[in-house]
Structures are given as structure tokens and as C-alpha cells.
Design a protein around this ligand. Structure first.
Ligand SMILES: [Zn+2]
Length: 221
């Protein structure tokens, strides 16, 4: 199994690409958010621990996170997956080392890190063009002018879309600042290890997919 770390700011399109690679190439995809939600849902003792941390409003510590991670790593390997995509792990430099240790125990390593490069202006425009229906909580993208659809795609309510506080431009700029400080050094680290591939994530998703697919195919050979 080849392991690919997806790097890039929120809004860079990592989730979209991960779904495409999962559907078309049969990759396993581990994203931190989904990982924690599944562990809670499983009702395991680890899940109960995660739930109490999340409910207290704290960030899940590295030890607990990687315990959850190891479980889904084993499942992906046992299912015979050839490709594993990681989204949200590692989120800082110390997790880069922990990840290597966890992978090494299973005779795995990070094979490549793919960095989705998007300018800050584009990210702010993309992220603040996310609209949430106040009736049914469905999320939709606005049009090219940055305006919400006039009626909800899910429940049909009219003029029901508003921005979540998180998606206001000021909040978005703050989230991106946090990302840059915590996560951007990771790409420097993978660059030094000779594992970093940068790609232009401004392009149409199908064009981005060609670049992502090229990196993966090269490593599978
Ligand atoms: Zn709705």
C-alpha cells in the first residue's frame, strides 16, 4: 500500500480530489474529521474517550488521534487497498514524526506528499462563497459573483441561505492564518525529504485530478 499525504489550506480542493481518487482508483481515504466521527459512532471505549474530548471542546490529543488512525490503517491494509490518502494528518511537525513511526510498524512509509497550492485571495473567495440553509442546514456554493442560490437545493425554501460565522471573510482569513502557521511548515519538511509534489489547484478539478493521478501512478510503478 502506497501512502499519500494531501496538503493544502481549507478550500484548496483536497476533499474533492480525495473523492475522485477513491472512486476512480479505489483508494482508501482517511480524513481526520471522518476518522473521529466513525470512532465515536462505533461505540468502542476509544470512541467514548474521543467523544468526551470533543464534547469538552478540546482538540483531540496526538496519542488518542493516532490510536484511532492505527485502527483504520489496519482496516485499509487488510482490505488490500493499494492507495491510501491522508487528509488532515499530519497537521503539525510533531505529527510528521509520529505518523512515520506508526507507518513503520506496519512496514509502510509516506510515499509522497501532494501540496494543493492556491492563492490566499482565491481561498478567501471560495470559502466565503459557502452558504448554509437556515431551514435544513444544507450547504451550497454560491455563483461566480459570490451570491447564494435563490432557493435551497435540498428543501426548496426561498431566500434561506446565510453564511455561517466560520465562513465570513474575516473568519476565513483567520482560519487561513492558523493553517499557514501550523501546517505550512509540513510541506517544507516533506520537501527536504524529497517527497513533495506541488500542484496548481487553481485549475478545474478534472485538470487537478490529472496532476494528482500522475503523482500516484508514478509511485505505484
Ligand atoms: Zn434548505
Amino acid at each position: 500500500m502506497k501512502v499519500f499525504v494531501l496538503l493544502g489550506a481549507p478550500g484548496a480542493g483536497k476533499g474533492t480530489q480525495a473523492s475522485l481518487v477513491a472512486n476512480r482508483l479505489g483508494a482508501a481515504h482517511i480524513s481526520t474529521g471522518a476518522l473521529l466521527r466513525e470512532e465515536i459512532k462505533s461505540g468502542s471505549s476509544l470512541g467514548l474517550k474521543v467523544r468526551s474530548i470533543v464534547e469538552s471542546g478540546s482538540l483531540v490529543d496526538d496519542t488518542t488521534l493516532f490510536e484511532c488512525f492505527a485502527g483504520s490503517l489496519v482496516r485499509a491494509k487488510e482490505a488490500g487497498r493499494k492507495i491510501l490518502l491522508l487528509d488532515g494528518v499530519p497537521r503539525n511537525l510533531s505529527q510528521v514524526r509520529i505518523l512515520d513511526e506508526v507507518l513503520l510498524k506496519m512496514n509502510l512509509k509516506v510515499d509522497a506528499a501532494i501540496d494543493f497550492e492556491v492563492s490566499k485571495d482565491v481561498l478567501i473567495a471560495r470559502l466565503s462563497n459557502r452558504w448554509t440553509c437556515q431551514k435544513c442546514s444544507a450547504v451550497a456554493s454560491g455563483n461566480a459573483e459570490g451570491l447564494a442560490p435563490s432557493s435551497c437545493n435540498s428543501c426548496g425554501a426561498t431566500d434561506s441561505y446565510a453564511r455561517r460565522i466560520d465562513d465570513e471573510p474575516a473568519s476565513v482569513a483567520k482560519r487561513l492564518g492558523v493553517y499557514e502557521k501550523e501546517t505550512a511548515p509540513i510541506s517544507g519538511c516533506y520537501h527536504e525529504m524529497g517527497l513533495l509534489f506541488r500542484l496548481n489547484a487553481h485549475q478545474d478539478p478534472e485538470l487537478v485530478y490529472l496532476d494528482v493521478g500522475a503523482v500516484i501512478t508514478k509511485k505505484l510503478k
